[in-house]
Design a protein around this ligand. Structure first.
Ligand SMILES: NC(=O)c1ccc[n+]([C@@H]2O[C@H](COP(=O)([O-])OP(=O)(O)OC[C@H]3O[C@@H](n4cnc5c(N)ncnc54)[C@H](O)[C@@H]3O)[C@@H](O)[C@H]2O)c1
Length: 379
């Protein structure tokens, strides 16, 4: 089996650091006393560019900073070419000059993909600046870009040498993107940790409104726990199965119908929003099978709403769309559904026998439940 090593480190206020610790991995990765190509999401550059430049100056990093537009609609081959051009122009030395990617999941995926194919593999460092980046895109080993209607259809397995997770970037992230990241955190809670679910139930709303900044000691503790637990749970699942040889992956929860939902509604729904709709639908299916009780389903739907996430989109009623999504998933999962369904809260099981009739019954149940939640929120 191929061995890989990659480091994920939690840091606070990275760009405010005056002197990076001598001899640390950090110093070497970030290129103290050397030069680095830094590819940065152009929105992040507008907000943090000045801080980044002065960070490089103070720490003796000769940086070439290249801003690149990054959002789901440009997560395509053209953006990869822009990054390849920047690497080529910089004259990257692939033995000692890792590319540094600063931005959300789109930017780190695009740079990771470009780095992984440039000279058959150039190292890269990730500095995620969104919640999805911190808890999901930044901790895995996959890179990907969209192709035709296929979400992440082109991609590679290419772990970043190091990923630096700094939640302070979240203070400028739009609310909707905070909720977007919370969807992936909720996913981990639903399939693996009732404890994390209870934490989201009690503090999720306040931590969301506080943008994970920890404005009070209680909020700080909750924000740190939510991020740390979710990363820990994610790494625990990913590590034994990095190359996805085992196709029964519980982290695929919420990702059976969501790729189709997301690509058919682009740009109306964000990734995490589509994932949440998938989780709401599969909760309904689990409820109808008796795996989840009505009161557990109500708690799950309520937490989704307090995290600012949608449970419903009309695309679910488009004829044949869910059957098509399931067929697509079966193709990717070597001929079987291998569909993770929640069992209670914090546990799951895989099933292979979901029928078209069951999908429709789930949609019907969810539509009623979502109307109920919306009425409560409005009233
Ligand atoms: N490789 C993986 O394992 C993996 C895992 C999960 C998700 N992903 C991918 O991640 C992508 C979603 O990532 P995302 O949610 O980070 O989206 P994103 O990269 O599009 O970022 C969201 C928006 O926030 C802006 N932004 C980024 N940081 C900011 C900050 N600190 N302040 C203000 N604005 C900021 C961006 O410019 C963008 O407009 C999807 O394409 C998904 O496929 C990959």
């Amino acid at each position: 089996m191929k061995q890989v090593e990659y480091k994920v480190r939690l840091v606070d206020n990275l760009f405010d650091t005056v002197d990076l610790p001598i001899d640390s991995d950090l110093k070497e990765c970030l290129g103290v006393g050397a030069r680095r190509l830094i590819v940065i999401d152009d929105t992040v550059e507008r907000i943090y560019g000045e801080q980044l430049r002065s960070f490089c100056l103070r720490n003796d990093i000769a940086a070439k900073i290249v801003p690149v537009a990054a959002n789901e609609t440009v997560k395509r081959w053209d953006s990869v070419v822009d990054v390849l051009d920047a690497m080529d122009e910089f004259g990257i030395d692939r033995r000692r000059e890792p590319v540094i990617a600063v931005g959300g999941g789109v930017l780190t995926d695009v740079v990771g993909f470009a780095a992984s194919i440039f000279r058959r593999g150039t190292p890269y460092i990730r500095v995620p600046t969104t919640l999805i980046g911190l808890v999901d895109a930044g901790v895995g080993v996959k890179t990907g870009i969209n192709y035709q209607l296929g979400k992440n259809r082109l991609g590679t397995y290419a772990p970043a040498t190091m990923t630096l997770l700094d939640r302070m970037f979240l203070r400028t992230l739009p609310d909707r993107h905070i909720s977007n990241g919370l969807a992936e955190i909720l996913k981990m809670a639903l399939i693996k940790s009732e404890e994390l679910f209870v934490l989201l139930e009690s503090s999720g709303r306040d931590v969301r409104l506080d943008q994970f900044q920890g404005s009070t000691p209680n909020l700080d503790e909750a924000a740190r726990s939510i991020i740390a637990d979710s990363i820990h749970l994610m790494l625990e699942e990913l590590q034994p199965n990095l190359w996805e040889a085992d196709l029964e992956r519980c982290v695929d929860y919420g990702h059976t119908f969501s790729p189709t939902i997301e690509m058919h509604t682009l740009p109306a729904l964000l990734h995490g929003e589509a994932v949440c709709i998938d989780m709401a639908l599969t909760t309904a299916i689990a409820l109808l099978r008796g795996y989840v009780t009505p009161s557990e389903a109500d708690r799950i739907y309520a937490v989704m709403a307090t995290l600012g996430l949608p449970l419903w989109n009309d695309v679910l009623t488009q004829p044949g769309i869910l059957e098509q999504a399931l067929a697509e998933t079966v193709r990717h999962r070597d001929g079987r559904q291998r569909l993770p369904l929640p069992v209670g809260i914090g546990r799951h099981r895989f099933v292979n026998d979901v029928t078209a009739g069951e999908l429709q019954a789930g949609v019907h149940h969810l539509q009623t439940a979502a109307r109920g939640i919306a009425a409560v929120a409005a009233g």
